[in-house]
Write a protein that binds this ligand. Structure first.
Ligand SMILES: Cc1cc2nc3c(=O)[nH]c(=O)nc-3n(C[C@H](O)[C@H](O)[C@H](O)COP(=O)(O)OP(=O)(O)OC[C@H]3O[C@@H](n4cnc5c(N)ncnc54)[C@H](O)[C@@H]3O)c2cc1C
Ligand SMILES: *[C@@H]1O[C@H](CO)[C@@H](O)[C@H](O)[C@H]1NC(C)=O
Ligand SMILES: *[C@@H]1O[C@H](CO)[C@@H](O)[C@H](O)[C@H]1NC(C)=O
Ligand SMILES: *[C@@H]1O[C@H](CO)[C@@H](O)[C@H](O)[C@H]1NC(C)=O
Length: 542
């Protein structure tokens, strides 16, 4: 538990106080909003008389900052210019969540729900208007039922915890989801959730079979039947933060071989990277679906002459033996020259450690780490590629990356192949729309390590200029974007107000294309008052 219970005498004082002054909004005007909020929590129904406010910290509390920062992954949104919450509630029970919702309504505060805190624009822990963070940190139970290969996983659990727990029960089960172990199930699954099993098994949401959610009235829906199929549909890809507080997901595990094969090969332009990437585009999205090859494309300093060149890493996950892998790559991608000595054979759970970039010999317990440390500043965006890029185009992109890489920083990219199972699932089966027709998804990176508005402006401008330069090569009308890689540059609505269908369409169509209207209709039924809102929320249909 992250937050300790407060001294009882304070709550007794609060109770006495609240009995004499029943309406929170009319209590002493000299009290600050955070204090009003704490008081309000204790007017709400509680568990066996234990005060709800014991789960909350407010800015004057010495634990406030460490609680806030425990899951801030992008330091841009920790700066002084970002509004801080009036309170952080680390709920232990549904009662605490319900009380938090009620008090946000009573005090007209926005609610931001945080599971793993990886939101690219800090939406889970910042807001332009006065707000409260509901931290799902303590909701991280993972209940595995090996008899039917299903798991109930609470929203605040991290992917690393999920993977670790699966591996402790079975060597041949896994779950298709992201490669970063600290990512939270709450945000990750609601946006889709992709990882290195996606060509074989699709996204996380393709294996989510049930969910539990609390709505703006504090009502809990224990299964998809009670919440309605449209809400269950919306929660799978329509993004968190727009419908309710997701409490838990029920997932169906998938099978993996006892040993899998991973590799990482690096090739510079001198070593033929342009041709290899050109070929990769034609091969990676159609090759045997047991094989997933990610590219990381980075500017590096030349070894011999001055200036920069490009290095491409081919990072592979294969659900099988090196012999079968080489059989496949020799036939379909001989130019890669993959050899047995490039291959590492691992248990699936050890492949998770490899993909997370942890040290080779790190114990798998490292996957249980959730608190963030050594974070930095960044801007990341996404794009989808639907037609192969020519060799000339690739060479131009490489040069553009170099031109956009100010010393000692750089712009770099990750390319993730689609195809396989992804192409078989209809675009409207879930709210996640980017399925067949896509060859790969791009993630653009700009990282920096020092604070400062000027620095931030400089790096944001570079990141935006680079994204602009990529326009000719990626999806158009709309230029699609991945909700889990949230980007405020594609459009936002005015904070604090109800967005309209037309107003929110600017980002709604890029994230959801044809699924946008159904998301809006579902919202109108399930969250009519638009309690769960943000600058990139789903609006209520007028
Ligand atoms: C280092 C890193 C690696 C990543 N790797 C991958 C990857 O491999 N694959 C991939 O698909 N994505 C990846 N992502 C993106 C990630 O999936 C999204 O950022 C996701 O939204 C994070 O979920 P979270 O719970 O950690 O984030 P949060 O910031 O807690 O939440 C994200 C959004 O969901 C809402 N939300 C969170 N919890 C709930 C809840 N319980 N109920 C309702 N709404 C909720 C928040 O309000 C916010 O709007 C990565 C991100 C980072 C920073
Ligand atoms: C900080 O908050 C916690 C949790 O509500 C509480 O137990 C503690 O007493 C608070 N500390 C101060 C100094 O208010
Ligand atoms: C490799 O391919 C050959 C010919 O296609 C086949 O006979 C052999 O069984 C394959 N080996 C493995 C390990 O898959
Ligand atoms: C949004 O509109 C709905 C319906 O008109 C209304 O009930 C609600 O109070 C509005 N919410 C906000 C935040 O303005």
């Amino acid at each position: 538990m992250k937050i300790l219970s407060g001294p009882t005498f304070i709550s007794i004082l609060c109770l006495i106080y609240l009995i004499t002054i029943p309406r929170v909004s009319s209590s002493s005007p000299s009290l600050t909003v955070p204090h009003h909020f704490l008081q309000c929590l204790d007017t709400q129904p509680s568990d066996h008389g234990s005060p709800n406010s014991a789960t909350a910290v407010i800015p004057t509390n010495s634990s406030f900052s460490s609680n806030l920062m425990s899951a801030v992954r992008n330091l841009r949104f920790a700066s002084a210019s970002n509004r801080k919450p009036e309170a952080i509630v680390a709920a232990l029970t549904e009662t605490h969540i319900r009380a938090t919702i009620s008090c946000c309504k009573l005090l007209n505060l926005e609610l931001r729900v945080r599971s793993g805190g990886h939101d690219y624009e800090g939406f889970s822990y910042t807001s332009p208007v006065p707000f409260v963070i509901l931290d799902m940190y303590n909701f991280h139970k993972i209940d595995i039922n090996m008899a039917d290969e299903t798991v109930w996983v609470q929203a605040g659990a991290s992917l690393g915890e999920l993977y670790y727990n699966i591996a402790s029960k079975s060597k041949v089960h896994a779950f298709p989801a992201g490669v970063c172990p600290k990512v939270g199930a709450g945000g990750h699954f609601s946006g889709g959730g992709f990882g290195n099993l996606m060509r074989k098994y699709g996204l996380s949401i393709d294996h989510i079979i049930d969910a539990q959610i609390m709505d703006a009235n504090g009502k809990v829906y224990r299964d998809r039947r009670s919440m309605g199929e449209d809400v269950f549909w919306a929660l799978r890809g329509g993004g968190g933060g727009s419908y309710g507080v997701i409490l838990a997901w029920k997932i169906k595990l998938v099978r993996v071989p006892e040993k899998v094969t991973v590799f990482k090969l690096e090739r510079t332009v001198r070593e033929g990277a342009v041709d290899l990437v050109h070929k990769w585009q034609q091969v990676a999205p159609v090759i045997d679906r047991d094989l997933f090859i990610r590219l990381e494309i980075k500017p590096i300093n030349r070894k011999i002459s001055k200036g920069k060149t490009i290095k491409v890493s081919f990072i592979g996950m294969f659900l099988g033996t090196p012999e079968r892998l080489l059989n496949i790559t020799k036939k379909k991608f001989p130019e890669l020259h993959l050899t047995t000595s490039d291959c590492l054979v691992k248990k699936w759970i050890d492949s998770v450690v490899f993909w997370a970039n942890y040290p080779e010999k790190a114990p798998i317990e490292i996957l249980l780490k959730r608190i963030s440390a050594n974070e930095y500043y960044w801007k990341r965006t996404s794009d989808f590629v639907q037609t192969p890029i020519s060799k000339e185009g690739l060479a131009k992109i490489f040069q553009t990356m170099i031109d956009h890489s100010p010393l000692p920083r750089r712009v770099w990219m990750q390319w993730n192949p689609w195809g396989g199972r992804m192409g078989e699932i209809p675009s409207d089966a879930t709210a996640f729309v980017h399925r067949g027709g896509n060859l790969f998804m791009i993630e653009n990176f700009m990282n920096w390590y020092r604070p400062g508005d000027e620095l931030e402006e400089k790096f944001l401008a570079i990141a935006r200029s680079f994204k602009e330069a990529m326009a000719p090569y990626v999806s158009k009308n709309p230029r699609e974007a991945f909700f889990n890689y949230r980007d405020v540059d594609i459009g936002i609505t005015t904070p604090g107000y109800n967005a309209t269908y037309e107003g929110a369409k600017v980002y709604g169509e890029k994230y959801f294309k044809g699924n946008y209207l159904r998301l809006v209709k579902t919202k109108a039924r399930f969250d009519r008052t638009n309690f769960f809102r943000s600058q990139q929320g789903i609006p209520v249909l007028a």
